[in-house]
Design a protein. Structure first.
Length: 194
């Protein structure tokens, strides 16, 4: 059963209002489902929006802060639980450890790094947890095209490519994160075969 969903997203709000609207909707939907939000702890941009939406709707929120980034992102003072980490590696490890599923909203390099870290850990059987990309305004289309090329040129199996669920709907992103069957940890080697 999914009890905690990590949401990776930007410390900026982006150029279009729909990015903020989708972040707000995801936070609200997680709270409505009684699922704890786990996020990067920031009080800015989409991070602040998704966490405030969860809190405003009675949700629990855990923030995993990177000590060095606190001067920029400013930890949301309203969160239920704060975990402070010293390095990005430690932060990502904590996300993998305490989260049952992952939703990726629009963001920068950090969001992409976190997405890839989760997928690589799924790919090699270290974890078996659902990952969903909310592809607002086709934001991740170039990344998805890169993955399709990796499959085409035999650097990535189609099976591993298909583990990342793609949707343009916040409701569908939350629904998939809560209900999709994650890949098995045991058959990871067969999924690597191209």
């Amino acid at each position: 059963m999914i009890k905690k969903v990590a949401v990776f997203c930007g410390a900026h709000s982006g150029s279009e209002k729909i990015f903020s609207e989708h972040a707000h909707e995801v936070g609200k939907l997680l709270a409505d489902a009684k699922v704890e939000l786990v996020f990067g702890a920031g009080n800015r941009g989409l991070m602040g929006i998704v966490s405030d939406a969860a809190l405003d709707n009675g949700g629990k929120v855990t923030g995993i802060a990177l000590e060095k980034l606190d001067v920029f992102e400013h930890t949301n003072p309203r969160i239920t639980t704060e975990i402070i980490t010293k390095t990005f590696f430690e932060r990502k490890e904590k996300f993998l450890e305490i989260s049952d599923a992952f939703i990726v909203l629009a963001g920068g390099m950090g969001s992409l790094d976190e997405l890839l870290d989760v997928q690589v850990n799924n790919q090699v059987g270290m974890i078996a947890k659902p990952i969903v990309i909310l592809n607002t305004l086709n934001y991740y289309d170039s990344f998805l095209a890169w993955m399709d090329n990796a499959v085409k040129y035999k650097f990535l199996s189609d099976e591993n490519r298909k583990q990342i669920i793609i949707t343009e709907s916040p409701a569908e992103a939350v629904n998939q994160a809560l209900n999709i069957q994650a890949p098995s940890k045991e058959d990871w080697m067969s999924r690597l075969r191209i």
